[in-house]
Design a protein around this ligand. Structure first.
Ligand SMILES: C[S@@+](CC[C@H](N)C(=O)[O-])C[C@H]1O[C@@H](n2cnc3c(N)ncnc32)[C@H](O)[C@@H]1O
Length: 325
C-alpha cells in the first residue's frame, strides 16, 4: 500500500473491528451459516433495521467475511469454521473479548502520559471474567493443538499449569496424552470455570485444580516433571517473572522442564506487529506487564537456575521458551 493510503487506513482501521464485533454479537454469522439470505430476510430474523443491515452485510462482503451472490449473503469458509457458535473451533468469544477491550484502548493517550494502567488490574465483573475465560478457552484449544505438534509431551507424567485459567491447555494435553496428570493452578474465581470445563471433558481424575497466587505461595518441591507457564509472564515485570520461575525451578524434579508460552517480540522490540501492540494492551490493563523477547525470557530462566534454554517458534506471533532443571 502506498504511503498516504497506509496512513489513512490506520486512522479508520477501527471501523473494520466494529464490523466483526457486530457480526459476532448480533448473530449474523450464526444465521447465515444455516442458509444464504437477502438483507431483508436477515434483518427480519436478526430483529434489525433492513437498510442498516444491508449496509452492514455489504461491508462484510468487502471485508471478505461474507459472500454475495445476487442479493443473497452467506458466510465465507473461514467465517463458517471459526465464527459460528456451534462449531468446534469457534473463536467468537475471543472476538467479543477484543470488543471488551475497546474502552481501555480509547484511553491509550492517558496511559502513555501517566505510564499507568487505565483499569483495575483484576477483572471483578463476573460477566467480563466469564468472557475473558471463554476467550482463553477459544484460543487455548487452538494453540494447544499447535503446541502438541511442536513439543513432545509423551515423556512427561506430571504437569503443573501455572496461571492455567480455564484449563484449556491442561485438558487438551491430558486428552491427547493418557499417561499425563495435569494440575491447573490459578486464582479462585478462574478455577470455578476450569472445574466446569474439566468435568465437561470427563477428565476429573487426571486434570486437577489448585487455588493459589503464585506471587504469594510456593508451587511445591520436586513435585512435577513439567511446568507450563502460558501467557502469564506478560502480566508481570521482569523481576517478578524471575521470582515465579525460581518457584517453578523448585517445584520441578531434576531434569524436569519448564515451558513458557508467549507472544514473542524480536530483539528490537518492534516486531512482529501483534506482540508489539499487545505490549500496549498490557500497559492499559496491568500494573507492570509487557510483551518480551526470547532473549529476555532466556535470561530470566538462567537467572532462576535453569539450564539449556531453547526457543520453539509456533506461529508468526508466539513461541515456546523451554529450559531444564
Ligand atoms: C492471560 S491468562 C492465560 C490463561 C492460560 N494460561 C492461557 O494461556 O490461555 C493469565 C492467567 O493467569 C492467572 N494469573 C495471573 N496472575 C496470577 C497469579 N499471581 N497466581 C496465579 N494465577 C495468576 C490469571 O488469573 C489468568 O487465568
Amino acid at each position: 500500500m502506498k504511503g498516504l493510503e497506509r496512513i489513512e487506513e490506520l486512522s479508520w482501521a477501527y471501523w473494520k473491528s466494529q464490523v466483526i464485533f457486530a457480526g459476532v454479537e448480533l448473530g449474523v454469522f450464526d444465521l447465515l451459516d444455516t442458509a444464504a439470505r437477502s438483507s431483508i430476510e436477515a434483518a427480519r430474523e436478526l430483529n434489525t433495521d433492513p437498510r442498516a443491515t444491508e449496509m452492514l452485510l455489504n461491508a462484510m462482503v468487502s471485508l471478505e467475511l461474507l459472500k454475495k451472490t445476487g442479493r443473497r449473503f452467506s458466510n465465507t469458509a473461514p467465517v463458517s469454521e471459526y465464527l459460528v457458535s456451534n462449531k468446534p473451533l469457534y473463536q467468537g468469544a475471543r472476538i467479543h473479548h477484543m470488543h471488551n477491550l475497546w474502552d481501555r484502548w480509547a484511553r491509550l493517550q492517558e496511559a502513555v502520559r501517566t505510564g499507568k494502567s487505565v483499569v483495575e488490574d483484576k477483572i471483578t465483573d463476573p460477566k467480563r471474567l466469564a468472557d475473558f475465560m471463554a476467550s482463553m478457552q477459544n484460543s487455548g484449544t487452538m494453540k494447544a493443538r499447535l503446541i502438541a505438534k511442536k513439543f513432545d509431551l509423551k515423556p512427561f507424567r506430571k504437569l503443573l499449569d501455572v496461571g492455567g485459567g480455564p484449563g484449556a491447555y491442561s485438558i487438551e494435553f491430558a486428552r491427547t496424552n493418557p499417561g499425563l496428570t495435569a494440575t491447573v493452578f490459578d486464582l479462585t474465581d478462574n478455577l470455578k470455570i476450569a472445574r466446569r470445563r474439566i468435568k465437561e471433558a470427563g477428565l476429573q481424575g487426571r486434570v486437577l485444580t489448585r487455588v493459589g497466587n503464585c506471587l504469594e505461595v510456593g508451587l511445591g518441591r520436586e513435585a512435577y516433571d513439567i511446568i507450563f507457564v502460558s501467557n502469564l509472564v506478560h502480566i508481570y515485570a521482569p523481576d517478578t517473572n524471575v521470582g515465579i520461575l525460581r518457584k517453578c525451578h523448585k517445584a520441578l524434579v531434576a531434569g524436569g522442564k519448564v515451558v513458557i508460552h508467549e507472544f514473542v517480540l524480536d530483539a528490537t522490540g518492534t516486531r512482529p506487529l501483534f506482540p508489539a501492540l499487545f505490549s500496549l494492551n498490557m500497559l492499559l490493563g496491568t500494573c507492570e506487564g509487557a510483551s518480551y523477547s526470547k532473549e529476555e525470557m532466556k535470561g530470566w530462566l538462567i537467572e532462576a537456575g535453569f539450564r539449556r534454554p531453547k526457543t520453539i517458534r509456533l506461529n508468526r506471533d508466539s513461541g515456546l521458551v523451554t529450559a531444564e532443571k
